[in-house]
Design a protein around this ligand. Sequence first.
Ligand SMILES: [Cu+2]
Length: 165
Amino acid sequence: MRTVLRTAVLAACLSFPGLAAAHEFKSGAIIVDHPASRPTPKTAKIGVGYLAITNAGTEADRLVGGSSEASDRFELHTSEIVDGVARMRPVGGGITIEPGATVALRSGGTHVMLVGLKNPVVAGASFKAELVFENAGAVPVEFKVEPHGATAPISHEGHVMGEAQ
Ligand SMILES: [Cu+2]
């Protein structure tokens, strides 16, 4: 079933490259699915990166860092709720992806933080980046900037969860 779905998505991408929502990047055993960012206010100095990493190999690998053309630094953060407020802190030691596992970097959990934005991140734009893995090495990817709430039900609002509706 999953294979059928994936095939359908790929076919859709090939037919309508401009409209394709799915995009993925491979290097060795590592598959990076749909690197996405969110628009930022004009004065923002930080942006976010969301993506999913699958390890199709037989040995564990570890995402240890990266870089992007959009920012001075590329950090791995994790969010946690402390006294009802979402706080972030850098991930120490990288993110391990076990063989056969998929790890999603998402709002409200572990995510990429683009620190020191060179320009505002604008919806519809894209930027190049590199993920660095312990075994797979540097994996070039391209982030697409999607409007807030594009990937329901996950949204960037994970960073301000302290605000009640
Ligand atoms: Cu963060």
